[in-house]
Structure formats: structure tokens, C-alpha cells
Write a protein that binds this ligand. Sequence first.
Ligand code: BTN
Length: 453
Amino acid sequence: MASGERGIFTPEDAQSEVDLQKRPPRTIEWRPNPTQCIELIIPPTVYPPREDTDLIANRLIQLGPGKGRKFLEIGCGSGALSILASSLGWDVHACDINPFAVAATRGNMEKNLQAGTIKEGGIGPDGFPFEEKFDLIIWNLPYIPAHEVNELLGPMEEAGLIDTDTQGLQSRFLSLVGKNNLLATNGRMLLLGRTGSIGACENFAIRSWDILEFDDGESLTVFCLWKPWENAENVFVQSTGSTNDDLFHKSGVGTHISTALQTSGRGRRDRKWNSIEKCYAGSWIVAEDTEVNPGLLQLSGGLAVIKSIQSDRLKLKWPNDILIDERKLCGVLVEGKSSQDSTKVVLGIGINLQASNKVIDGKEISTLDEIEKLDFKLLDRRLNSELSSLIEERDDIPPVNFDSIRAEILTHMKSLGRPRYCELVYENFGLNERGELVLGHNVIDDGEDVSWV
Ligand code: BTN
């Protein structure tokens, strides 16, 4: 069948579903680790454990004992992962829209001497079947868009693999988790989807954990999502001197303050950073009493802005300026201070949102409304979650990956052109581990020594 020729579930599919039910169920032995064998009865229309299941299973095992914490699996299929979770000590809850999957999971749970609350339902319009909060939510997302499906092997089983949701299942799911408050304090979600297919949203930070690559080029990732810096203070103030200064009087990594008016905003080299008619100023405590790499933090600030706005018109001028058509839109300032025996590092972001006069100190600036009118609060929440996705550290989430941050930054830098330094234009350039610009044998740490052509 060519894609798009007919709907996903037709009367013929319904008939084929009925025919398929006449086939006997299969019994398989699933081994999530060398010492554990889980026997599963798989009815003909239920999703059996595959490589993607193994990928999540590995991660679950590495998370360690569940210690009675609440676990939810969406789309439990044969129950493989829920049974594994129960055997690891999680208090398991699971659901599936396929009643045969619900029956299979219940039966397989019992057969493997595990227990859980299994209900029929999902994230669709019929209402979500659970109301409690969960410490861990997992979902092996249907990751194949409907238009990419050429063959339907078994309608219900395949429907579990296909994303037919126009809003995007992942976005519907994340809104549900937010709206129904399904994630407990310090809770996490593990979503399996196509590599690169899921990004941060304003409510949740995200980082890749494990990747599985297939011979045909398909690549799947286990993504971990969490609430950005959820135990840190996060405030908006109408006006203040400088949000960076304010944070030097506070403590707690992730503490965040934003404002629309700074009366003594600071830029690099102790320059003034002016608040224009409509502007965004926000700062975060990004480190306390730990060794940090200010260069890479600065780059992460710029990358968080680019990811929050998502427009090809934004250009990153190393190390910390974001431009539209060569006019400055945004600046990032990382500052550190030591007092008595503690040190603190603060990262501040200033973005021009809207102005009638776009000449400041003789220089033409750009404003975000040239690209889109983004509500202040939404921009702030996106920045908070993108920055957390890049640099938040927690024992129970994937580690910060500065190599991938550097690689992403380099791609964005290339869109600005080639660097000119001491009269020479360089075709190739790189960033070292400190985030400094490497041009041949020269290592440059100040953006003002370089122009871009
Ligand atoms: C620059 O390009 O020179 C950096 C500008 C950084 C401005 C921001 S606005 C929020 C934070 N508070 C400040 O006083 N400065 C930074």
C-alpha cells in the first residue's frame, strides 16, 4: 500500500484484526539481563518486546532499585517492561489502549509473580486512567509517522508503532503530564523515540540517554525528561538594577530571576547593557563551589537562546552575541565571584524584544519582533528549560554533554561565515575544550579580536 492512499484503520483492517485473533498466542522468553528470564504470552495483536524494548530495559536496570517508588508505563503491550520494573521494586502502574495488551500484561504479571495496577486507556480524549503522581513515567512512543508507513502487518499491532496524532503524540503527552500534574517532585520520564525527534518544551528539560542505531539508518534514542531546576527559586520582578547582581545575593544552582527593566544592566568588559522599550533580562546561578568552564557556559547560554527561538535568521557570533542581519539581538554574560570560602557563577541573558528606536550608542540593534512576537513569560520558560537541558546536573539524569554542545555551537558559527584574525581569513576553525576559538596555531578567547566574513 502506498502511503496516504487510505486511512490507518479501515473495515478491511477490522476484518483482518478479527482473523488475526484466531491465531494462537505465542509464548516467548524475554531476557532483559543475563540472569533474568521473563516468560511472556503474546496474543496475536499485541506488541512483543523488540530491540527498542531492550534499550529501555537496559536503562531501567541501570536506574537501580525502585524502592517502592511509583512507576507508570504508557502503552505496556505484553507487559515486559512493567514486569521488569516490578521485579526491580517499583510500584507499577500501566495502561494500554489495546484491551488485549491489558489482558496480556495482567496475565504475564501474575505468571511472573509480579504485581501492578493495569488499566485500559491512554493519552487520548477518553480521559487518562490514572490520577496519582509518578516518580518515573516511561513510554515507548509510536515513532513512525503515518505517512512513512508502506506496509501494515497487523492493524492493531502496527497502530501501536505509528504516530497518527496531528498534534504529535509527544506534545499531547507532555501537555497531559503538565496539566494532570502526573510527575512527582524530582520525577523523571523516559521516552523512546527517533533520534532528534523530541526537543525541550517550556515545561520539561530533556537530554538523550541511550542511542540504538539500525543497519537501515534508523536511530532510536531513550530521552530523559524532567522539570527544569525544580527545587530552585524562580522569580520575575518588574524592575531591578541587574539580575546578575541580584543573584550574587542568593544561593542554589538553578536559582533564576527575570525582569523587563534593568536600571544598571551590565555587559561584557563592564559596558552598560541598556534596557530598551521591551526587553528580556534573565540570570541563573549556574555553579556554586564547583570548578566550572566559563567559556562553555557562555556558549551554552547562546545555544539556549537559539533553541528557544528557533529561526534560521538568528546567527551566533562567537562567543556570546546573537545577531539578526548583523545587528545584535542578544548578549550573554557569565560572571564569577568568590566571597569568604564560597564561589558562585552567574549566567545572564539579555534579549531585545521590541523598540521604536533601534539605534543605541550609535549602533543599530535588532529586536525579536522582527522574527516573532514571543510572550515574555513563554520566552522565559523556554530559556529556563533549554538551559537546564544543556547544563543542569543531577545524579539521576544523563550527564551534561559539553562535546555535543560544542558541536552544535560550531554548526551555528559556520552559518555566520569565516573568521578573520590578524588580517588572515580562516577556512577552518574549531573550539577547544574551554570553548576558545582555535584558528590554526592560535587560540583566541576574546570575540572582539575576530571579525566574520
Ligand atoms: C554583552 O553582550 O555584553 C552581554 C550582555 C548581558 C546582559 C545580561 S541582561 C541579564 C544580565 N544582567 C546583567 O546586568 N547583564 C546580563
